[in-house]
Ligand binder design. Structure first.
Ligand code: SIN
Ligand code: FE2
Length: 217
């Protein structure tokens, strides 16, 4: 028996952990880019502010969101959709920084999805006490393209379910720098995030930021 943490292999290097036939957790994949990512997130949020969107059912989402890229995911009483214009600033969403695209394309390729070029990046900011309920990502045109999901800041528990809402969910702990990629047969799996616990990260105070990259259009 080894007492190494689960995310290390025999040689002590980070490994890629399968979560399904088309789903992989890339431990620490985004760590090398953390400074560039955090700087870019600040610049994006200065331009297109983080906001709490309203669901079609009239609930205010606890997670604050913004976007960059050609298309941005939005929600209001009329439904969920992608728009080219930020409804708050009435300008196009900030463009996708090169370090974002490179990270998403690299993570997708590492997980077996070649030539993934995202046109949308949803930025989710979780404060302590906020959560994201189980859902499928299904507002995109082309389900052959994967989802690339980057975790930054304080740790969280990602819930990874099945293709039906009632399917059993797996609790996947995610820490700063982890990237989860799901596509192919796993593309429409239900997922969510458990209520964030109070914690501290040197670069992000008590927040968790998630970047969700998609080919939406
Ligand atoms: C999402 O499903 O949009 C975000 C998932 C996460 O925050 O890890
Ligand atoms: Fe999602």
């Amino acid at each position: 028996m080894t007492n190494l943490p689960l995310f290390e292999n025999e040689t002590g290097t980070r490994r890629n952990e399968p979560l399904g036939p088309g789903a992989t957790l890339l431990h620490g994949f985004a760590l090398a880019d953390e400074t560039a990512l955090l700087d870019a997130i600040k610049a994006i949020a200065d331009d297109a502010p983080l906001r709490n969107m309203v669901t079609p059912g009239g609930f205010v989402m606890s997670v604050a969101m913004t976007n960059c890229g050609t298309l941005g995911w939005t929600s209001d009483r009329r439904g969920y959709r992608y728009t080219e214009i930020d409804p708050i600033t009435e300008r196009p969403w900030p463009s996708m920084p090169a370090c974002f695209t490179a990270l998403a394309t690299g993570a997708a390729a590492t997980a077996g999805f070649e030539s993934f070029i995202p046109d949308a990046c949803l930025i989710n900011r979780y404060a302590p006490g906020t959560r994201l309920t189980l859902h499928q990502d299904k507002n995109e045109q082309d389900f052959s393209q994967p989802i690339v999901s980057v975790s930054l800041g304080v740790p969280a528990i990602f819930l990874f379910g099945g293709l039906k809402r009632s399917d059993k969910t797996r609790r996947v702990p995610l820490v700063h720098g982890d990237v989860v990629v799901w596509g192919g047969p796993d593309r429409l799996r239900y997922h969510g995030v458990l209520t964030l616990k109070e914690n501290h990260h040197p670069g992000l105070e008590n927040y968790r930021i998630n970047l969700t990259f998609r080919k939406a259009g």
